[in-house]
Design a protein around this ligand. Structure first.
Ligand SMILES: O=C(O)c1cccc(C(=O)CC[C@H]2O[C@@H](n3cnc4c(=O)[nH]cnc43)[C@H](O)[C@@H]2O)c1
Length: 221
């Protein structure tokens, strides 16, 4: 299993904002297979946008990409996380006994996996290019984490949680609806934990994202 199992002629990359789109574009520039577009922040905007694009064009792979928060001791600022699974981490119900995920509630799926082995392979290719990269679960949340307590709860909820962002599961839901494989790539701008917007290193994360885009382009030759 791995990238041999998919040979995308066209690849849709969905970011949240324009600065992320530009960073990915600098990485994949000159490769006509890639369409990189900013679809808005949050899972709903991302899902609606990706679904519209997938209805309009033939894509062999869909990628959610952007900056993200890294879980402490897993993904440092400036690193890249490639999602081994894309997890709807706050989609479900609270109960006195704790959080109940959407799948456990019986209302749908709460995790989407990229094709087997792809995340590990891409992360390894990035490391070979000198990028600090790892594969691990990337959580999608509708509310960015802003306290140590929420960070701890999410890390307990999802084993090996590496990063969090706000669009991956939306893009993955659209890809799944259209029967397309999906991946998620995050350049880490901040630690998941107490909110400190002034400490976000967006420039470093966007540089990491650009480098990740470059590897993605070479890797799918
Ligand atoms: O202000 C800027 O220059 C700028 C440039 C690029 C991106 C931004 C964003 O604010 C992007 C919002 C986007 O980032 C993701 N994100 C980043 N860190 C986290 C986090 O700790 N928890 C959840 N999401 C995070 C998220 O996907 C947002 O949609 C600004």
């Amino acid at each position: 299993m791995g990238k041999e199992t998919i040979s995308p002629k066209r690849i849709l990359v969905v970011t949240a904002v324009e600065a992320e789109r530009e960073a990915v574009w600098r990485g994949v520039e000159g490769d006509p297979r890639f369409y990189v577009a900013a679809g808005g922040a949050g899972p709903a905007a991302a899902a609606a946008f990706a679904a519209r694009e997938l209805a309009a064009g033939e894509y062999g792979l869909v990628v959610s990409a952007g900056i993200g928060g890294g879980f402490p001791d897993r993904a440092p600022v400036g690193a890249v996380v490639v999602a081994s699974e894309i997890v709807a981490a706050d989609l479900g119900a609270e109960s006195p006994e704790g959080f109940i995920g959407i799948d456990e509630l019986g209302f749908g799926i709460g995790r989407v996996r990229p094709p087997e082995g792809l995340a590990d392979e891409l992360a390894a290719a990035m490391r070979e290019s000198g990028i600090e990269a790892l594969a691990g679960p990337v959580l999608t949340v509708a509310t960015a984490t802003g306290t140590a307590e929420t960070a701890r709860k999410l890390a307990e909820r999802v084993e090996g949680a590496a990063a969090e962002a706000m669009e991956g599961f939306g893009v993955a839901a659209a890809a799944r609806l259209f029967g397309r494989p999906v991946m998620e790539i995050r350049g880490i701008s901040n630690a998941v934990g107490p909110r400190d917007r002034a400490a976000w290193r967006i420039g470093d994360a966007l540089k990491a994202l650009e480098a990740a885009g470059r590897t993605l382009k070479e890797w799918f030759r």
